[in-house]
Design a protein around this ligand. Structure first.
Ligand code: ATP
Ligand code: MG
Ligand code: MG
Length: 349
């Protein structure tokens, strides 16, 4: 069988490795950090920084295809890797999604709707943008933000200076505050033959910027479901995408707005592990390995709950709950705000 190279050894890399293993494939994880959660399940692990071109070349030479669990892989490392092996999803998906400004521009150029946004370089451009977009608004760093990090709310124009200081000089984007009724996401897959398959949208609840729960089915009309699948397919086709993508959406009375896209398996797709025959991890591995996509239809109602920080203390009780599947990441240390695992609860009608 083939060997899949995975950049990143966190929980997503771990669950991708498990899925690959089940298909008789091997995985080789590249991860700069010590004790990566994927280390326990991957067939091979390389521990080296992304600046180590020699380690990257040896890693690439040992695999058939390269994929990744996070989008912030340095461009220089990708340049080295792509000389040796195909990278799936491709470079364009990474280029677009590494920067919120590039991403929102790409989405609006496709005719999709997002929050109003503006490029912020200094206090003057922020003042100007606030006049156009209005408050409340959110200032976000263009790059490297996750779990709500690198974001500052601007309730009134007077908050502008303080918010800008929080960016610590990093390039930023101002987004108008969307008054959504709820948030949903589509986990969409595209195969090497261009076939697209979307999982049923999940409804997401965040607390302190971190995803807490995803519930399927989401509260959406049939027309909204169609819209969600159509816009996801449009994004995947435009990027000639191969693999699984997470598309986060705001539901508003005026329709669906795209919040952000993630060119990888996504936390809000973890419910598929216990709600579908083929989960998002297997679907991603299939696409990346050049297989046909599998059946992603949903056979159960599910609620996924993230176990964050001290939530891990609840594992003994959770382990006794009926219709509850535990997924723990084997992380070395518990930290506040750190994702330690999740549970999928089957909801019986
Ligand atoms: P992730 O961990 O999903 O990558 P992130 O750090 O990239 O998160 P966003 O998805 O941009 O952050 O924002 C986190 C959450 O903050 C959103 O899911 C939403 O609840 C809220 N939010 C972000 N942008 C806006 C906006 N323009 N209007 C209203 N709410 C917003
Ligand atoms: Mg994000
Ligand atoms: Mg998000």
């Amino acid at each position: 069988g083939a060997t899949i190279g995975i950049l990143g050894g966190g929980q997503l890399g771990r669950m991708l490795s498990v899925a690959a293993s089940r298909l008789g494939l091997r995985t080789h994880v590249f991860e700069p950090g010590a004790e990566p959660p994927a280390g326990h399940v991957a067939h091979a692990v390389t521990t080296a920084p992304y600046e180590d071109a020699e380690a990257l070349r040896a890693f690439a030479a040992s695999v058939d295809v390269i994929t990744y669990e996070f989008e912030n892989i340095p461009t220089e490392a990708l340049d080295v890797l792509q000389e040796l092996r195909p990278i799936r999803p491709g470079r364009e998906a990474l280029r677009v999604s590494q920067d919120r400004l590039t991403e929102k521009t790409f989405l609006t150029d496709l005719g999709l709707r997002t929050a109003p946004f503006a490029d912020i370089t200094d206090a003057a451009s922020l003042r100007q943008a606030l006049e156009v977009i209005g408050a409340p608004a959110i200032l976000k760093t263009r790059r490297f933000g996750y779990d709500g990090k690198g974001q500052a709310r601007i309730e009134r124009p007077e908050d502008a200076d303080e918010a800008l200081a929080e960016m610590q000089g990093a390039p930023a984007i101002l987004e108008g505050f969307v008054s959504f009724s709820h948030e949903v996401s589509v986990i969409a897959a595209r195969g090497p033959d261009g076939a697209v398959s979307c999982y049923d949208p999940g409804e997401n609840v965040h607390r302190e910027g971190i995803l807490r729960t995803t519930t399927v089915p989401a509260r959406l009309s049939t027309a909204q479901r169609t819209d969600a699948a159509l816009l996801a397919g449009k994004i995947l086709n435009a990027l000639d995408y191969v693999g699984v993508m997470g598309v986060e959406l705001f539901v508003t009375p005026e329709g669906l707005l795209v919040n952000e896209i993630a060119p990888r398996v996504h936390n809000s797709g973890h419910w598929t592990q216990n709600g579908c025959t083929i989960d998002q991890f297997e679907q991603h591995i299939r696409a990346v390995a050049g297989w046909s996509l599998g059946d992603g239809s949903r056979y159960a109602d599910v609620q996924m709950e993230n176990l964050i920080g001290d939530d891990l203390d609840r594992v003994p009780e959770l382990a006794c709950e009926r219709d509850t599947a535990l997924h723990l990441y084997g992380k070395a240390a518990v930290k506040p705000g750190r994702k330690m695992g999740h549970v999928n609860r089957i909801v019986r009608g």
